[in-house]
Ligand binder design. Structure first.
Ligand SMILES: Cc1ncc(COP(=O)(O)O)c(C=O)c1O
Length: 451
């Protein structure tokens, strides 16, 4: 008997689910989606394929994560092998060899003495982990009064209570109570007036790092534990750091003994042409948060890379006593470690970080060709990312970009990401020069069609 539940046409191939009710989709308007679902059944390299077999060019590396492209043979083989060899082993009091191997490989990619890797499963967990390490680190050093955490307006650090507290996206915060106490925010670094249509790091805005001095003066450095920022704010529309901004933040944190955390969940693993944005900008934070690209999105994995001094501050007391009361059942999951090692091999063997760097000028030039299209208010690029602000429909913020995303998928055969009325692009790093042209042609077509 047909029920009132939403059903897809039963004529459709069998791998399409016919009941869409149970799954509550994250960060998705569920009713609109279930009326006109966008279902993805398969993927290979630069393309997704719908259940009907229609190819969709991946303009977003999934969710900024499939940096090596999809279903790459070496990653698939590594996961398959690992699933048959060791499916799970606890990381509390025990460990498996690949967790150490992967930690060493990640540490080797990170700058300076960022040598200690704590594994988590999502960016949100890794953000909370970094914030907790910062607090416990000060505690271990006898500076337990350092409890304040400083984030930034327009920052995105996932959806845990720590992440939304230091994050700066109003909709992600306002429904969820009082959040963590003792949090303050730096101002966002974006100004359309001063920065519009900049390729790479804008000239204007470095001085905004000085706001940290104002916050320190207000609260006193002795109460501040950490500052967390994304070197390039991705989720609020690709906001590259102004020239000199990160260097200034580093200097101010040094001056006041504040732990500086870079959330590199998006910028890590080649997105900006380097293993980490820290390397691109020549600024070494005290901790790096990573996720996404570490396994090229193939298995959930994330983590925190801490400087030696932070790790060492915990290594005291009786040796049988746990030093950091924190961790996850799936920290360093064997499948994730196997996928991570295979992904890092691919990045190295195919020189994908270098490839992103080499393609950046062409990518930026192609993005800027959309400048004169109707209602394009700004275009920003850095590494293999682009943010394109389009004029909102009067009275309906977000509607035009939503329609652009729908059209892009259905009519142009491309996956794009939207946030408000901004289109964000971040293809896998294997994108070809021809595909860069294709991406901006298709995006140009939807901008025109939704004008
Ligand atoms: C900078 C940043 N931090 C944290 C997160 C949260 O990661 P996850 O969705 O894996 O929890 C994201 C996700 O996009 C992110 O972009």
């Amino acid at each position: 008997m047909p029920t009132s539940r939403q059903r897809l046409n039963t004529e459709t191939p069998i791998d399409i689910p016919n009941d869409l009710d149970a799954f509550w989709l994250p960060f998705t308007p569920n009713r609109a989606f279930k009326r006109a679902p966008r279902l993805i059944a398969r993927a290979k390299e630069m393309h997704y394929y719908t259940s009907e077999g229609r190819a969709v060019l991946d303009g977003t590396a999934g969710l900024w994560c499939s940096n090596a492209g999809h279903c790459r043979d070496p990653i698939v083989a590594a996961i398959e092998r690992q699933a048959g060899e060791l499916d799970y082993a606890p990381a509390f009091q025990f460990a498996h060899p690949k967790s150490f191997e992967l930690a060493s490989r990640i540490a080797a990619l990170a700058p300076g003495d960022l040598n200690r890797v704590f594994f988590c499963n999502s960016g949100s967990e890794a953000v909370d982990t970094a914030l907790k390490i910062a607090l416990a680190y000060h505690n271990a050093r006898g500076e337990g009064a350092r409890t304040r955490l400083i984030g930034r307006e327009r920052g995105y650090h996932g959806t845990g209570f720590g992440g939304i507290s230091v994050g700066g996206i109003v909709a992600n915060r306002k429904y969820f109570g009082t959040l963590l106490s003792g949090v303050d925010h730096l101002p966002a670094t974006y100004s359309r007036e001063h920065q519009a249509f900049t390729k790479g790091e804008p000239e204007w805005g470095g001085h905004l790092a000085d706001e940290l001095e104002r916050i320190v003066a207000l609260h006193d450095a002795s109460t501040i534990a950490a500052v967390i920022i994304e070197p390039m704010a991705g989720s609020t529309g690709v906001l590259p750091p102004p020239k000199g901004y990160l260097q200034k933040l580093r200097a101010i944190c040094d001056r006041h003994g504040i732990v500086l955390i870079f959330d590199e969940v998006i910028t890590g693993f080649g997105r900006l042409g380097y293993a980490f944005a820290a390397e691109r900008y020549g600024v070494t934070p005290d901790m790096i948060v990573f996720a996404k690209g570490v396994t090229s999105g193939a298995v959930p994995m994330a983590g925190v890379i801490a400087r030696d001094g932070i790790y060492e501050a915990f290594m005291r007391g009786p040796e049988h006593v746990i030093e950091l009361f924190h961790g996850y059942t799936y920290s360093a999951h064997p499948l994730a470690c196997a996928a991570g090692l295979a992904a890092l091999d691919l990045y190295r063997d195919e020189k994908l970080f270098e490839r992103a760097k080499a393609l950046e000028p062409q990518w930026a030039a192609a993005a800027m060709t959309l400048k004169s299209l109707p209602g394009v208010l700004d275009i920003r690029t850095v590494g293999l990312t682009a943010g394109i602000d389009i004029a909102a429909r009067p009275g309906s913020p977000g509607l035009r970009a939503y329609q652009a995303m729908e059209r892009a998928f259905a009519d142009e055969g491309i996956m794009i990401r939207i946030t408000g009325d901004t289109i964000a692009l971040s293809p896998p790093l294997i994108v070809s020069e021809a595909q860069i042209g294709e991406i901006f042609e298709k995006v140009g077509a939807v901008i025109k069609a939704t004008a």
